[in-house]
Design a protein around this ligand. Structure first.
Ligand code: NDP
Ligand SMILES: N[C@@H](CC=O)C(=O)O
Length: 833
């Protein structure tokens, strides 16, 4: 007789629920049976177990007819499946199904008469699902050429009489299996999973994941080396693929990792199943019946073979968190012990418990449906202490989710907990309770249910992806927005490969249209795609629902490349959702002082970034430089600056003899002006920039405090279109040509400058002045070219030689590069770089 060890294969209900799937299973078993001895464990077909529960319920209500109709449904499924595989034996197989289900019909009749379904009767009812599927599978295998025999698990698996979730007598079960295995090599044994029997032969069931448990017990009893659980997924994933699109199947895990994952609620595994496997060194493989060549996940004593050490993120939802705290510390209290004992007594599962070091408080996580029972049990236990106000009223938080990171290598890793919590903190997820097991293989925390998706995605990305994903929702596809899209397109691969940053544009909007796809929008032809979207009225449109989707994605950033007024309301909604903002739009920063302060405070409160470097002199590092001067304790005494790229350009064109109307049109065409060039020519744009700088110095000024002399007098037709305005500029050409001539003859250059003088605070003179100036050659700013800007900081430390920042101060490409740099700053800060 061959001594090759057995393999055990377990097939779930969906694998045997339809003819095509059943055919695959038969082929698979046939193929593997040729390679060595095999034992098969099978669940009930499709939804049969649910239907049996329904039938028992109807019978208990006295509805025998309804109950038998459900049995008819079960019979029909079994007969259809069998007939599809063995059409020649349709009648014989149907008779077989009928004879198998005859005792069930009688049983339901009895239940309907007494209107009582005892726990033993319920287990008997439920057993018919597995009995039918195992019997039919054995017959179909034999008919297909693979000799197979139905083996009744009730004669092999011995349990106590806790019907519904019976406990297995492992020693007796092993004895029986060892005694019978000798006869199993000639014909593949097919055992019903999930069911067993008491020593006196009464049918019992094994509870959740019972069939997997059967397979593990059978493997242990017959000395098998491997159990394969065939399912409809490619293996155990790094996270729930429904929550994380980047989750991937793990090739290898250790038994310890498997046990840990089972313990924290990964549905594919159960601690009971893992124990016999660990005890006997049996490997567990999880494979997909539809992709039989895929190796799936192997869980064994060794774990990873390829040096890859993925971290699995397990989630258990629909939980409640109970917080219990003693008002006064007392050694006598034994709070934790008493609370846990009370919950145990009440039969409430505790998914996580964590106590303060002094034992003064305990937090426990229980299934949400058991919350009332749990609360009652704890309050009952602490009745007297609650009455004497020695214990605070119970603090309850629901629904919450338990999120657990599992990795064998975690114990050897540095700062795992730090990375875990900072990843969550960075996206604004509040950790309500946490615990790290002594095994060092796992770390768990409790988060609000609403944060589940973002928490899982973020931690998954932080631990499993070589790159950090950044999700961008871009507002505006004009001069700056359009260039930004082009730069993201051009840099995407390099940023991912060289810098580990995976930029994804998930949303794009203009004033009337919006596109969003959480999986990322293809960048090719994106603007054209947006243009094809049905426009909506901008007055009634709200982008808040899009923010609700954005907040669930890794590193969500709202990028504002519009000149929209009132957009700060959307920023506030974004901050509240943990979304960062990068803005080229100056308007939110030029709001009245209190409103601007409230906006920045909102970002701080929600621990998100708001970067706006490009609002002053495009991508020149002006705000950052100023912030560094202030941070390092320098005192800024004066800022003089040419802050308008467009007006600077126009000045240069005028000095070169180009008429005003032509130079303004050229500045607009080259993307230097605001969408409405009147904003530049009136000086409002420069006033905003100067105000932004002054406020960075902490000066609580507003736009009305700026002493502003426009570059071009106010348009007498304020409602006129941009084109009409540009056309009307011709009327000013001669006056500006005269002005330039005067400058030339005086040896000066026309400039439009801003001056911020903090020493004027508290005096009658304005702190900020903006206006046209004729400056002499050799003075700072006289030699600016094109759309160059410059900012000169005279400070205590930079007193003799002011610190000057100078370069292109406007234009789509440079501004977009500054916006992109702000985006990358957020990503790098979150990665701790
Ligand atoms: N150009 C430059 O050199 C610099 C510009 N900036 C700032 O960048 C911003 C954009 O400037 P620029 O690209 O030149 O302007 P454009 O006019 O070229 O583009 C503006 C874009 O914003 C869209 N838009 C307007 N309102 C909304 C809204 N409420 N929601 C979504 N999208 C909206 C417009 O859509 P639609 O077409 O439907 O109106 C358009 O696509 C401005 O705030 C500007 O001050 C900052 C530094 C330099
Ligand atoms: N219109 C602005 C563009 C940058 O903010 C300018 O001309 O500087």
């Amino acid at each position: 007789m061959s001594s090759t060890p057995f393999q055990v294969m377990k097939f779930g209900g969906s694998s045997v629920g339809s003819p095509p799937r059943l055919r695959q299973v038969i082929e698979l078993i046939g193929r593997h049976a040729k390679q060595g001895p095999l034992a098969v464990v099978v669940s009930a077909m499709g939804d049969t177990t649910d239907w049996l529960i329904e039938a028992a319920g109807l019978a208990t209500q006295g509805d025998l007819e309804g109950s038998l109709a459900v049995v008819e449904r079960i019979a029909h499924l079994a007969k259809t499946n069998a007939a599809a595989l063995e059409p020649a034996r349709t009648t014989a197989l149907a008779e077989r199904v009928e004879s198998l289900l005859a005792p069930l019909r009688l049983l339901l009749q009895g239940i309907s008469l007494t209107r009582e379904c005892s726990a033993p009767s319920r287990d008997r009812v439920l057993s018919f699902g597995e009995l039918v599927s195992a019997t039919l599978l054995a017959e179909l295998l034999t008919a297909s050429g693979t000799e197979a025999t139905f083996r009744d698990a009730r004669q092999l698996l011995v349990t106590d009489d806790r019907f519904g979730a019976a406990r297995v007598d492992v020693a007796r079960t092993r004895e029986r299996l060892q005694a019978s295995v000798a006869g199993w090599r000639a014909s593949v044994p097919v055992l019903p999973g999930f069911i067993a029997a008491t020593p006196d032969g009464r049918t019992t069931t094994l509870g959740r994941n019972g069939s997997d448990y059967t397979a593990a017990l059978v493997a242990q009893g017959i000395g098998a080396t491997e159990v394969t659980v065939w399912t409809d997924v490619l293996g155990l994933h790094t996270a729930d693929p429904d929550l994380v699109s980047d989750a991937y199947p793990v090739a290898h895990l250790t038994h310890g990792e498997g046990l840990e994952l089972a313990a924290v609620g990964v549905r594919m595994l159960h601690p009971r199943t893992m124990i016999p496997l660990i005890e006997s060194g049996i490997s567990l493989r999880i494979r997909n019946t539809m992709h039989p060549d895929h190796p799936g996940t192997l869980i064994d004593a060794i774990g990873s073979r390829d040096g890859q050490r993925p971290t699995c993120i397990a989630t258990r939802e629909e939980l409640a968190l109970l917080g219990i705290e003693v008002r006064k510390l007392s050694d006598q209290f034994q709070l934790g012990e008493r609370v846990l004992a009370a919950l145990r007594e009440a039969g409430v599962t505790v998914w996580l418990s964590t106590q303060s070091a002094n034992g003064q408080s305990i937090a426990v996580v229980v299934p949400r449906p058991d919350l009332l029972r749990a609360r009652g049990a704890v309050e009952n236990e602490l009745t007297q202490e609650l009455a004497r106000h020695e214990v605070e009223p119970l603090a309850i938080r629901e629904p919450v989710t338990l999120l657990t990171l599992v990795a064998e290598a975690m114990g050897q890793g540095v700062n795992v907990a730090g990375r875990f919590f900072s990843a969550l903190g960075a996206v604004g997820v509040n950790v309500r309770a946490s615990a790290q097991g002594a095994s060092s293989r796992s770390i768990s925390c409790v988060v609000d249910a609403a944060d589940t998706a973002i928490a899982v995605r973020t931690t998954h990305a932080a631990f499993n992806l070589a790159h950090q994903q950044v999700s961008l929702f871009l507002l505006g596809r004009g001069t700056v927005g359009g260039q930004l899209l082009a730069q993201v397109r051009a840099q995407q691969a390099l940023l991912k490969d060289k810098h580990g940053i995976a930029l994804r544009v998930v949303g794009l909007a203009d004033s009337r249209r919006v596109l969003f796809d959480a999986a990322g929008l293809p960048l090719e032809g994106l603007e054209e795609r947006l243009a094809r979207v049905e426009p909506v009225n901008p007055e009634t449109r709200t982008l808040v629902p899009v923010l609700d989707e954005l907040r669930r994605l890794p590193v969500p950033i709202l990028v504002d490349c519009t000149a929209a007024s009132g957009i700060e309301a959307l920023y506030t909604e974004a901050f509240r959702r943990g979304i960062h903002v990068v803005g080229a739009n100056k308007k939110p920063l030029a709001l009245p002082w209190d409103d601007r302060e409230a906006l920045l405070a909102e970002a701080r409160r929600h621990h998100v970034a708001y970067h706006y470097e490009t609002t002053v002199a495009s991508s020149l590092p002006v705000i950052d430089t100023l912030a560094n001067l202030v941070r390092t304790g320098d005192t800024v005494r004066l800022i003089t600056a040419s802050l308008s790229g467009s007006v600077g350009f126009i000045c240069n064109e005028l000095m070169a003899g180009v008429p005003l109307s032509v130079s303004v049109r050229t500045a607009k065409e080259r993307g230097f002006t605001e969408p409405d060039p009147r904003e530049d020519l009136s000086g409002t744009d420069v006033a905003r920039k100067a105000l932004i700088l002054a406020r960075e110095l902490g000066l609580p000024l507003s736009l009305s405090d700026v002493a502003l002399e426009p570059f071009v007098p106010e348009d007498p037709r304020p409602g006129a279109s941009v084109d009409t305005f540009l056309h009307g500029l011709k009327a000013l050409d001669a006056a500006y040509a005269d002005r330039v001539t005067r400058c030339r003859s005086a040896g000066t250059v026309l400039r439009y400058l801003a001056r911020i003088d903090p020493s004027k605070v508290g005096t009658d003179s304005p702190v900020i002045r903006v206006g046209p100036v004729a400056i002499e050659a050799g003075q700072p700013g006289a030699d600016l070219r094109g759309a160059e800007s410059f900012v000169s900081f005279t400070t205590t430390r930079h007193s003799d030689f002011p610190l000057v920042v100078r370069g292109a101060g406007a234009g789509g490409a440079v501004t977009a590069s500054g916006v992109l740099a702000d985006i990358l700053r957020i990503s790098q800060a979150l990665r701790g770089r």
